[in-house]
Write a protein that binds this ligand. Structure first.
Ligand code: NAG
Ligand code: NAG
Length: 507
């Protein structure tokens, strides 16, 4: 795109925003923007809203905003059909229409397989025209709960395992943009999911995380991301990196929406062994019971204050976090400050990356082999595809260094995995137990690696905006299966602070 057409599109976007802002919303009309799943459900019941209207609204917003934001790769040609079906079920007052995500449009990160008219490509042209054998495990659960699959969200191509920077770029959509400050990073790899819910292009979304891919984009786009304990949600049918670290989780505007989605996607799947052991963590009656605004009372929270290692110069004011710590104390939490996670340097060293590269080669080859049809069948094929279509895949600009390193690995080094597990046990886990902590709290960057390597859960909640208007979040992380506590803490913090505001699309 030339600079001129880019500026022109930006002009159209701003015009559209001004026009849409000037339409008065009357007291009786239901306003879709910023509404929660609970609001939608109420509006359905009161006949103020249909799923068709909801889907049409989002399709309109995607049409209007996606040329700039590039948060969406594809929309589902059957989304309106699914909406009509949901509306019929509502009219017939079927039991199903009163629960789950019935009639709610959801966007899926483009590495989550759907067996429908949409492509599943992890953002790469190499997987276009591939045919998946079946819906991903989480997609089956979403459909069963009545959700409308609205489309596929963009991402850092191949979930960030082809190259590290730029975050939020994939060949099929180009550079995803942060809706708060268009020139700021949206982070990655679940960039499109976070961008889209932040800008009201969808009701809710799914992302995936191996190391920071849910928590970091949530942080930068002022939304709520839940990275579940590994195995709590099925990874079957998700373009993989590491069976040790991969997890699928919601990215939404509010904690309650994220919990609505979490309730639907957790649970056993015969195609993902890890779901068998992790199922024991799922509380009877689901996670909604932990949306408790007094959830901070008596909670013991540890504070780690390491310098951020991973992010591009985040200019978070320390005073802001002092204020948040004060809020947590006021809610009744006990804060244990100045904790140091032992061996934290190891988490940022090459050991973790080496392990991921070896696992990527094995897992990706297995995923590609299982496809019904595909232009690429191995990681080596993907590398060759990128070289052949280097212009399309911008190989000269962004390279494929991580792929090349992964291809050079020769199997998983068991010793490396044992070492990582030991560091995790003797570091984070030991510290949590020693101080009897319910959660660790940190500016997001500080504990992402620790949570990733241990398969631990984390929730990121909006915590503020820097001097330029770029959002940042606060992260609560805990031991395996501690989602109920993390939800109580995150929800109480969100309700006490209400920091999220809709994006303003600053250049
Ligand atoms: C899937 O990709 C093909 C191109 O190979 C395209 O024609 C089709 O429209 C895509 N599907 C959707 C839903 O965009
Ligand atoms: C971060 O800050 C350093 C030092 O101020 C600078 O050299 C670097 O280019 C910055 N990085 C980004 C991504 O802005």
């Amino acid at each position: 795109m030339s600079i001129h057409s880019h500026i022109f599109t930006l002009f159209l976007l701003l015009l559209a925003l001004l026009l849409s802002a000037s339409i008065p919303i009357t007291g009786h009309e239901f306003s879709i923007k910023e509404a929660t799943v609970h609001d939608f459900r109420m509006a359905f019941q009161q006949n103020k809203l249909t799923s068709r209207k909801l889907v049409r609204f989002y399709l309109g917003e995607i049409h209007k905003l996606n040329p700039i934001l590039r948060g969406v790769i594809e929309v589902n040609p059957d989304a309106l059909l699914q909406a009509d079906k949901a509306d019929k079920e509502k009219k017939a007052k079927s039991l199903r229409s009163l629960e789950g995500l019935h009639g709610i449009p959801i966007l899926l990160k483009d590495n989550i397989a759907t067996k429908d008219k949409m492509n599943t490509t992890a953002g790469s042209f190499a997987l276009l025209k591939s045919v998946v054998p079946r819906d991903a495990g989480v997609v089956r659960k979403l459909r069963k709960a009545g959700a409308i699959i609205l489309g596929k969200a963009s991402l850092s191509e191949w979930t960030g395992l082809r190259f590290v920077f730029p975050y939020g770029w994939c060949a099929r959509t180009g550079q995803g943009r942060n809706p708060y400050v268009l020139s700021a990073t949206p982070c990655g790899s679940s960039s499109g999911s976070a961008i889209s819910v932040a800008a009201n292009l969808a009701a809710v979304s799914l992302g995936t995380e191996t190391m920071g891919s849910i928590l970091c984009p949530s942080h930068f786009n002022s939304v709520v991301g839940i990275k579940p304990t590994v195995g709590l949600t099925s990874r079957a049918g998700v373009v993989p990196i590491s069976p040790r670290q991969d997890t699928v989780g919601p990215i939404c505007r509010t904690v309650s929406d994220a919990v609505e989605v979490l309730d639907v996607i957790v649970g056993f799947d015969k195609r993902d062994k890890a779901t068998r052991t992790a199922s024991k963590y799922i509380p009877r009656g689901g996670y909604k019971q932990f949306l408790n605004a007094n959830g901070l009372k008596g909670k013991r929270l540890g504070i780690v204050r390491n310098p951020p290692y991973m992010f591009e110069n985040v200019s978070v004011q320390p005073q802001v976090f002092e204020h948040h710590f004060h809020t947590l104390r006021q809610g009744g939490a006990v804060l244990v400050d100045h904790l140091k996670i032992a061996n934290i340097d190891v988490f940022f060293g090459s050991t973790g990356v080496e392990a991921l590269e070896a696992e990527l080669k094995i897992s990706l080859n297995a995923y590609l082999k299982e496809l019904v049809a595909s232009p690429v069948r191995t990681l080596a094929d993907v590398i060759a595809f990128n070289n052949k279509f280097s212009h399309l895949e911008k190989v000269k600009e962004y390279g494929q260094d991580l792929f090349l390193q992964a291809q050079a690995t020769k199997g998983i080094n068991k010793k490396t995995l044992l070492k990582l597990a030991r560091f995790s046990r003797n570091g984070f886990e030991k510290l949590m137990k020693k101080h009897k902590l319910d959660a660790m709290v940190a500016p997001t960057a500080d504990i992402i690696h620790v949570l990733a390597i241990g398969g631990f859960p984390g929730i990121d909640v909006p915590a503020g905006y820097d001097g330029k208007g770029v959002p940042f979040g606060i992260c609560f992380g805990g031991l395996k299966g501690s989602e109920p506590k993390l939800i109580e803490i995150a929800y109480s913090f969100e309700q006490a602070t209400k920091i999220r505001k809709p994006p303003s699309f600053k250049p």
